[in-house]
Design a protein around this ligand. Sequence first.
Ligand code: FES
Ligand code: FE2
Length: 459
Amino acid sequence: MASDLHDSSEWQKEPAPQWPEPEFRGHRIPGYRYHSHEFFHKEWENMWTKVWLLLGRATDMPEPGDYQMEEIGPDSIVMVRQQDGSIKSYYNVCQHRGARLVFNEEGTTEALTCPYHGWRWELDGSLTHVLDPEDFPEGDPCDNLKLEEVACEVFAGFIWVNMDPDPEPLKDYLGPIWDEWSAYEIDDWKRYVAMTAHSPVNWKVILDNFNESYHLPTVHPQTSSRIEENYKWTQFDMAPEGHARMWMRGGAPSRALIGTDEPLMNESLEDQLKRWELDPDDFEGREYETREEIQQQMRKLGPERGYNHFGNLRDHQLTDTYHYFIFPNFAVSVWADGFHFLRARPHPTDPTKSVFDNWWYAPVPKDNCEKVRTINGPMDADADCEHDEFNYGEKSLGLLIDQDMGVTTGQQLGFRSRGYKGVYLAKQEHRIRRYHELIDDYIEGRRPLKDQANKIAAE
Ligand code: FES
Ligand SMILES: [Fe+2]
């Protein structure tokens, strides 16, 4: 098949619908945003407590009494499966004298019993047992207290939580993400890798990095044989709701390799071809045709391997990377066979630290018919996932993420310099500017989505 490798229309045969370009205010993103306690406090009070946050996995807590606990900044949220099958979320705090109720990250229980004085909080948040109830001058606590509930909804198998007492619906908040992710049927995908690193960087340093691909050729040169690294062939989108998307072609070498001495085919692309029963040798001299043939093979072999969702996807979604940023702290690369979950949560008190989750979810193949592709290499379909939590530097987070974190830790140091005047951004890095401007919107009392909805309602 002859094709002009420099002709962008060749790549644009099936464009993803483009999202409208937002307006920018030209934020310079000064360094204090990454280390100031005052800014950290403003973010917590005005932004973190007003947005939807991806916190738990509903499909991992199927039975009444199953719970999960996640920490976010200074707070902790416990999510509990109810008797009627719904899920409720609570601040993880006893209303007697403030003790934390739950310390395990997950479990099953009949009730949340406080470790301090033994008050028993039922799954629905009601209080049914206290010691010496007659001794409370304000009345029996069971008649007067409930656990403090937090709004939560389930989407894509995940539990999304919002500390705002009157949040917009999650579907509105997610905007175009809702329909795009629904096609992948992520609800039943299983977590295969879970690494959590306590990291010496502000949470935004991590998300800035996942909001641009400008660093790929320098920080991850090994990806060029399988992913299109060249920004000219990448589609960048920003949704009015504040989220972003990047569409990078995969399943073929980057066009940046044309005219270089670098081999077009490498082990990673060869593995991808073999996985779909294609012979790498057949593509000698026509390496740029791998993408289309992999797509055809995935269409053919996907259903018999149990990947029925392939039928919902556009051709390029079978091979390409869709990298999403969900405001404010979640980034994910979504493939037809993998969901690379990248989340940074603020440290409880220190703006120069964060908790970074590097996880991997994948659809489970039918009858264990093949190994599952993960960031830690191929795994058995029924493999258990151990949650590995450690301090950054103690263990590898995988080559790609080690490369990312290596540069971001140096950047965190640079943000303290009196010589740093703020960013000077390429257009392909504009998603960084956009989300910082959105943080300021929240801090300054604007609520992009609600303000927009109110404006439309008033017209
Ligand atoms: S603090 Fe929970 S029972 Fe006293
Ligand atoms: Fe990276």
